[in-house]
Design a protein around this ligand. Structure first.
Ligand code: 5GP
Length: 206
């Protein structure tokens, strides 16, 4: 069976990545990696559903045990992608989505050159600010920090292979899926298949 791939989805906080990812899982059956984090749960978030919520000590011992394929610090908290789930799903031929920030994305690309890196953005900065403010769950200070971080992340957008604007949700979801489908058709991702077909013709030619 062919191996699954990692699809890294990054984007500004407030660009609606979470909703896009949820729809990709529902509509196209992607597997979603659940990260560990040391940040406090937001209202309505459940341990094991949005994140595995950990203390700093727990998180650090997971780092020591090589429990993450990548981890990073983001706005004073730690975030990491648990190793076992990702490795098992890839081995089972599933495409796995990692919704992670820029440092983690670069780390993944270095380890898994075959990973597909996609950056999700709003159509402009005003829309981003409005979405962050409208969420209502963050203090002014956190919003200001996230806008500053977004400005930094804008610099890294160029490191991504694909940029998708999230203006209309379903269009954005379909665009992301199309990217993954196209990548799976790329010649260099089908070398074994090509050899196999050639061999079959060789048999006919005798
Ligand atoms: P939030 O606190 O808003 O849920 O997430 C903050 C940022 O951390 C987002 O950009 C999110 O994509 C990123 N993030 C979530 N999980 C991980 C992870 O496992 N690794 C890395 N590097 N970033 C993550």
């Amino acid at each position: 069976m062919s191996k699954g791939r990692l699809i890294v989805i990054s984007g500004f906080s407030g660009a609606g990545k979470g909703t896009v990812v949820k729809r990709l899982v529902e509509k196209y059956n992607y597997s979603l990696s659940i990260s560990a984090t040391t940040r406090a749960p937001r209202d309505g978030e459940q341990d094991g559903r949005e994140y595995y919520f950990k203390t700093v000590d727990e998180f650090k011992s997971l780092i020591d045990y090589n429990g993450f394929i990548e981890w990073a610090q983001y706005v004073e908290n730690y975030y990491g992608t648990p190793r076992k789930f990702v490795e098992d799903e890839i081995a089972a031929g599933k495409n796995v989505i990692l919704e992670i920030e820029v440092q983690g994305a670069m780390n993944i690309k270095a380890q898994y050159p075959n990973a597909i890196l996609i950056f999700i953005t709003t159509k402009d900065i005003d829309t981003l600010k409005a979405r962050l403010t409208g969420r209502g769950s963050e203090t002014e200070e956190v919003i200001a920090k996230r806008m500053a971080r977004a400005a930094e992340e804008a610099e890294s957008m160029e490191s991504y292979e694909f940029i998708v604007v999230n203006d209309e949700l379903e269009q954005c979801v379909d665009a992301v899926n199309s990217i993954v489908v196209s990548e799976s058709c790329r010649k260099t991702n089908n070398t074994e298949f090509l050899i196999d077909i050639k061999n079959q013709f060789d048999d006919i030619k005798g």
